[in-house]
Design a protein around this ligand. Sequence first.
Ligand code: NAD
Ligand code: DAU
Length: 350
Amino acid sequence: MKKKILITGGAGFIGSHVVRLFLNKYPNYDIYNLDALTYAGNLENLTDIENVKNYTFIKGDITDEVFIYKIFSKYKFDSVIHLAAESHVDRSITDPLAFVKTNVIGTMILLNAFKDYWSSNFENKLFYHISTDEVYGTLSETGLFTEETPYNPNSPYSSSKASSDHFVRAYGETYNLPYIISNCSNNYGQNQFPEKLIPLFINNIINNKPLPVYGDGNYTRDWLYVKDHATAIDTIFHNGLNNETYNIGGFNEWKNLDLVKLLCGHMDVKLKRTPKKSEALITFVKDRPGHDLRYAIDASKIKRELGWEPSVTFEEGLKITIDWYLDNNKWLQNVTSGLYQSYYEKQYRK
Ligand code: NAD
Ligand code: DAU
């Protein structure tokens, strides 16, 4: 079946992998990538597919209501895969309102445009909202987040994502808008902006800079390789049930400090440095305010109902990721010049 899919945030980390997967796998779909190209959006992530016939890039902001309505009537998207967001917890602590604007208001504008365009006939239409496990709040040392875990967000980022999830669900209840939500754990892989733990630390190791571990480093995250998230999104988009939520995770929990030491070990080998050289860069710094202790996803529903599970082990995924950053020094240099420097100074000067 032919489709016209609007993917928002397709120039970002996860979005670029989703755009590429859909273009390669579904040559009969028209894929429209809408992205405002904020600091996190980068068309260099998509140079290999930019000339594909059924691909259209649209530069624009999801908070620009007039523009969003205009592109809906111009292109008549039958489906939306909505990834555009402000995505970094630390930035949400410094500038929470930016997160409300994009993640809440932007999502509302997309929902309204989709509803107003299709409300006479929602058949074969879908609004697929990409969310995060952080909406569930934090876990203690045991337990897993399931789809039934009550929302309990702790950061401005997770609150804005939780709020957008609620609106999506409410539009389903109120206007019969066909939607799906998925909540995924921490992603890592190629093209991740080096403000997030793994690429930031890879970049600092390359440059022999301190590795700023927040607090005592005893925080736990559940890591998933980004291309596995993209295949989960593909699976859910095509086979998921409307008005359902799916958790996506890697069954792969790591304490930050253990992960950082593993990363340091691999980097020493790759950079032909003496063992433990990179570990010596570890520096414990002031903790993130409201830092969630532990995230861990129970991804059994998506496995049981849709047959999806991660295909890449953490060991493999981390090596692919490290190799990519080492082979793409130009990409890394481009994204860490300019504004990145002032962000870094401000964030880590304390
Ligand atoms: P990212 O920050 O790398 O990319 C976000 C993209 O959205 C960028 O290309 C940016 O230019 C674009 N964007 C931001 N504001 C916009 C606006 N107002 N209008 C149009 N485009 C805008 O983020 P990511 O890590 O790729 O995350 C993508 C989505 O997945 C987000 O919704 C995030 O909440 C969710 N998510 C991320 C993770 C993770 O570990 N990174 C895990 C679970 C869920
Ligand atoms: O769980 C999914 C979420 O994962 C996504 O929704 C977010 O978009 C994504 O940013 C990520 O959030 P985290 O806050 O978990 O990711 P981050 O890479 O910022 O941090 C991972 C852990 O590492 C966290 O416990 C904080 C810690 N950390 C992070 C940075 C940037 C440090 O110790 N030092 C750092 O410099």
